[in-house]
Structures are given as structure tokens and as C-alpha cells.
Design a protein around this ligand. Structure first.
Ligand SMILES: O=C[C@H](O)COP(=O)(O)O
Length: 271
């Protein structure tokens, strides 16, 4: 892996595309094909910079069939999962089913789930444990709203979300866990936190993880930034030493733009 300007990439960068409630299963297949062609044509090394997409549940079987059939070097995951494994939970999707569909990852605690569906830290923690139970790496989303940011309480708020979701877990349960810091005021608004804000929070999260689980565990976990990431701002964000990737919403729906985000190192060389 080529190195960051500060020295090292000891954690493989992850570029994750959360499609939210966009694209049906036909459109999903088209986007995944175009994305992998674009990246393959550009000689992208998927082992050096990992790429994963998060389609709606109804697309996952089609994406699985395509990725497995064409042996595409692309990861994929779910945007949410149930805290339960099976039973009378109408409308819920079990981690068991997602594991069968080959999902590597599942988002948990995305701010849209917290805000629109009332998910609290306790439920997010149960979902995170459910993912781990089924061998799915959770991407735990944390971050503050505008009011909290204006009061300057963003670090305190975000670390409380982290502690709330990880309560009761041991370091050996955390292998594969990814944390995504997404300030809610920067999601889909065009407002992007500055690279220094992303680094400030990533560093605070890593320090808290070290306190909770030890330095070795904390330094192995990947921390992502999300919120209005585009090809024009990704390089400066990923230059920060504790930021190991990005969680991209809107810009992941366009294969050219998303491929350009994935190839952020190219921007590092050119800016
Ligand atoms: O999961 C992705 C985030 O919510 C960011 O979305 P956005 O890139 O559209 O701001």
C-alpha cells in the first residue's frame, strides 16, 4: 500500500457506498457492473483499497449472484438488520438471512434509523451484537446533530453513542468492527465537516476505544467519515491519520463519481 503523507497505511482503507432507498434490483446490477468495469479499467487494486456497496434489501440477492457469478472483487452489505434472529417480527430482516446472502457488512445505527425510526443506543447495541453473532462485520454509525455541534458537545455526544452501542462487548468480539463518524448536519446537505473535524473525532474515537478495549484493538479498527463526501473532497479527508475510509451516500449512486472517490490516491498525487 502506498503511504499517507504522514507515513503509514496500516489499516486497509474502506470506501463504502450506502445507496439508501435508491435503485431497484435491475438498476443495482447495472451499477455494480459499471462500477467494477470502471475500476478494473483503471487498474484499481481492490486489496489495497477495499470497496463495498450497501443496496436496499431487495437488491441483495441480485448483487450476490452477480458478485459470485462474475467473481467481482467487491464487498457488499445491508443497510440495517434486526436485533432478533427469527420469529414474529413483521418486516424485520435477520442477520441469519444476510449472512446467507454473503453480506460482509451491515450498517447499524445510521442516523436516518436513529432519527426516523427512533433507534436508541441500546437497540443499536443489540443490532451490532446480532451482526457479530452471524459473522457480519457491523459498521456502527455515530455522530451529532447541528444543535449539539453548535453547543460544542460533539465529542462528548459521539463518544456516549459509541459507549452505549459497545457496552458489554469484549475486545475479541470486535474483530472486523468498523466505526463511521457521520455528523448529521453534513449528511446529504452539501455541508462537509473539515478534514480537521473528521480527524479530531476519529482521534477521540480511537482514544476511547483504547480506553475501553486496549490499544492493540483500537489501533486495528477502521474509522470512516461520512457526510457529503465527493471526489473533490475525499483526498483531503483521507489524508488525515486516523481516518481509514469514507461512507458515501448520494455520490455512491453515480458509478463515475464513486469510482473517482475509490481512486482517492490518484487525487492525492494530483492535488
Ligand atoms: O451513509 C451515508 C451518509 O449518510 C452520507 O450521505 P451523503 O454522502 O449523501 O451525505
Amino acid at each position: 500500500m502506498t503511504s499517507k503523507t504522514d507515513g503509514s497505511y496500516d489499516r486497509t482503507p474502506l470506501i463504502a457506498g450506502n445507496w439508501k432507498m435508491n435503485l431497484d434490483h435491475h438498476q443495482a446490477v447495472t451499477l455494480v457492473q459499471k462500477l467494477t468495469w470502471t475500476l478494473t479499467d483503471a487498474d484499481h487494486d481492490f486489496d489495497e483499497v477495499e470497496v463495498a456497496v450497501f443496496p436496499p434489501f431487495t437488491d441483495l440477492r441480485s448483487v450476490q449472484t452477480l458478485v459470485a457469478g462474475d467473481r467481482l472483487p467487491l464487498g457488499y452489505g445491508a443497510q440495517d438488520l434486526s436485533a432478533e434472529d427469527s420469529g414474529a417480527y413483521t418486516g424485520e430482516i435477520s442477520g441469519q438471512f444476510l449472512a446467507k446472502l454473503g453480506c460482509t457488512y451491515a450498517l447499524v445505527g445510521h442516523s436516518e434509523r436513529r432519527t426516523l425510526h427512533g433507534e436508541d443506543d441500546a437497540l443499536v447495541g443489540r443490532k451490532l451484537t446480532a451482526a457479530l453473532r452471524h459473522g457480519i462485520a457491523p459498521i456502527l454509525c455515530v455522530g451529532e446533530g447541528l444543535e449539539v455541534r453548535q453547543e460544542g458537545r460533539q465529542v462528548e455526544h459521539t463518544l456516549a453513542q459509541l459507549r452505549g452501542a459497545l457496552e458489554g462487548l469484549t475486545p475479541d468480539q470486535l474483530a472486523g468492527l468498523v466505526i463511521a463518524y457521520e455528523p448529521v448536519w453534513a449528511i446529504g446537505t452539501g455541508e462537509v465537516a473539515g478534514p480537521e473535524d473528521a480527524q479530531e473525532m476519529a482521534s477521540a474515537l480511537r482514544a476511547e476505544l483504547a480506553t475501553l478495549f486496549g490499544t492493540e484493538t483500537a489501533s486495528a479498527l477502521r474509522l470512516l467519515y461520512g457526510g457529503s463526501v465527493k471526489s473533490s473532497n475525499v483526498a483531503s479527508i483521507l489524508r488525515e491519520k486516523d481516518v481509514d475510509g469514507v461512507l458515501v451516500g448520494g455520490a455512491s449512486l453515480d458509478e463515475g463519481e464513486f469510482a473517482s472517490i475509490v481512486r482517492f490516491e490518484h487525487h492525492l498525487l494530483t492535488d
